[in-house]
Design a protein. Structure first.
Length: 362
C-alpha cells in the first residue's frame, strides 16, 4: 500500500521567508518612491526660489541678489525698496500663488475625473469666471475687490451648473468633461458678445485681463488670494484622502468604504474654488492647470495625484512664463497667459493626436 508524500518540515519556514521577502520588496519600492517624491519636491521648491530671486533682481534696474536680500530684510535705499517691495515682490508672489492654485486645481480635476482634458480652463470653470467678471466690469462698471468676487462667483456657478447637468445617478468623468466644454463655449460667446457691445477702450482692457496678466498687479491682489489659499489648500488636503480609492474606480472605492459621491463633490468644489480665486487675481491664465499635473506625475511616477509636486510645478510655470513675458521682447510686457499658451497649446494638440491614434486603433 503506497503512502502519501509528506511535506518537508521546513515548508512553513520557506513560505514565511517568501512572504517576508515580498514585504521587504514592497517596502523598498515604497521607500524609493517616497525618496524620489521628496527629492523632486525639494528640487521644484529650489527652482521656484531661484526664479523668484531672479524675478526680484532682474529688470530695467538690475540688482545683485545680495542687495535684493538686504532690501527684503529692511536694508537698501529708497529706490531699491520701491522697486523690490512695491513693484517686483507683489508680482512675483502673485505668480507663485496663482500657479500654485491652478496647478493644484488641475491635479484634483484630472485625478478625480480620470481624464487628462479635465482642466478648469478647458471644461468651463475659467469661462464662468470670465463671463461674470467681464459682464460686471463692462456693463456695470464693477472694479476692485467686487470684480474679484464676481469672477469667483462665476467660477462657482459654472462649476455647479456643469456638475448638475452631468449628473446621472452620479457623475462620470467623460460626461462631465463634455458637458463642461459645451458650457464653456456658451459662456465664451457671452464674453465676446458683451465685449462687442462695449466701448473700444473698455473692451481692450477686458481683453488684456482675459489673456491672463500680472502686469500692474500690486499688494491689493496678493492679500486676498493669499487669504483664500490659506483656507482652500488645507480643505483640499483634507478632502484628498479619498483620492486614492477614487483612482481605483467608483465600485472599488465604495467597497473600501469611501463615500464616493460626497468625496468627489468636495474635491471638485475645492478645485473649482482654487481656479476661481486664481482667475479673480490674474485672469484666466491658460494651460497652467492643464500641464502642471501631467508634468508632476511624470516626475514622480506611481505617486498618484502628486498634489504637492503639481502645485510647485504650477508655481514654477507661472514664474518662468511671467519672467519671459516681461523680458522676451524689448520695451514690451506681454500678458503671462500668452507665454503659458505657447507651452500649453502644443501639449493639447499632442494629447488630442495621441487620443485620436488610440481611438482609431493606431
Amino acid at each position: 500500500m503506497s503512502r502519501a508524500p509528506v511535506a518537508p518540515e521546513n515548508a512553513p519556514h520557506a513560505d514565511e521567508e517568501r512572504l517576508a521577502d515580498a514585504v521587504r520588496r514592497i517596502s523598498a519600492v515604497r521607500s524609493r518612491g517616497l525618496r524620489r517624491s521628496l527629492l523632486v519636491g525639494t528640487g521644484l521648491f529650489a527652482a521656484v526660489v531661484a526664479v523668484f530671486g531672479l524675478s526680484l533682481g532682474f529688470g530695467d534696474m538690475v540688482m545683485p541678489i545680495g542687495k535684493v536680500v538686504a532690501t527684503l530684510f529692511g536694508g537698501g535705499d529708497g529706490g531699491s525698496r520701491f522697486v523690490v517691495l512695491e513693484l517686483r515682490l507683489p508680482r512675483a508672489l502673485l505668480a507663485v500663488l496663482v500657479g500654485t492654485a491652478f496647478g493644484l486645481s488641475g491635479a484634483v480635476f484630472q485625478t478625480v475625473l480620470r481624464n487628462p482634458l479635465a482642466s478648469p480652463d478647458l471644461i468651463g470653470i475659467s469661462a464662468g469666471a470670465s463671463a461674470v467678471a467681464v459682464t460686471a466690469a463692462l456693463l456695470f462698471q464693477v472694479s476692485g475687490i467686487a470684480l474679484s468676487v464676481s469672477a469667483l462667483t462665476g467660477s462657482l456657478a459654472a462649476g455647479a451648473a456643469i456638475y448638475l447637468l452631468a449628473w446621472r445617478q452620479g457623475v462620470a468623468g467623460q460626461r462631465l468633461v463634455l458637458v463642461g466644454i459645451g458650457v464653456g463655449m456658451g459662456l465664451s460667446s457671452i464674453v465676446w458678445y458683451v465685449m462687442a457691445r462695449s466701448d473700444v477702450t473698455d473692451a481692450q482692457e477686458a481683453f488684456r485681463w482675459l489673456a491672463g496678466s500680472l502686469n500692474g498687479r500690486s499688494w491689493g491682489q496678493v492679500w486676498p488670494l493669499l487669504t483664500a489659499l490659506g483656507l482652500l489648500v488645507p480643505l483640499t488636503v483634507l478632502a484628498a484622502h479619498v483620492l486614492r480609492p477614487l483612482q481605483l474606480g467608483d465600485d472599488a472605492a465604495a467597497g473600501l468604504g469611501a463615500k464616493v459621491e460626497r468625496g468627489r463633490l468636495a474635491l471638485l468644489a475645492c478645485a473649482t474654488a482654487l481656479a476661481g480665486v486664481a482667475t479673480a487675481a490674474a485672469g484666466p491664465v491658460g494651460f497652467v492647470a492643464f500641464v502642471a499635473a501631467p508634468i508632476a506625475r511624470r516626475l514622480v511616477p506611481g505617486r498618484g495625484a502628486a498634489l504637492p509636486q503639481a502645485a510647485l510645478t504650477g508655481a514654477l510655470l507661472v514664474l518662468v512664463a511671467d519672467f519671459a513675458a516681461q523680458h522676451a521682447l524689448p520695451s514690451v510686457q506681454l500678458p503671462v497667459g500668452v507665454a503659458t499658451s505657447i507651452l500649453g497649446a502644443p501639449y493639447l494638440l499632442l494629447l488630442l493626436a495621441r487620443a485620436n491614434r488610440v481611438g482609431s486603433g493606431g
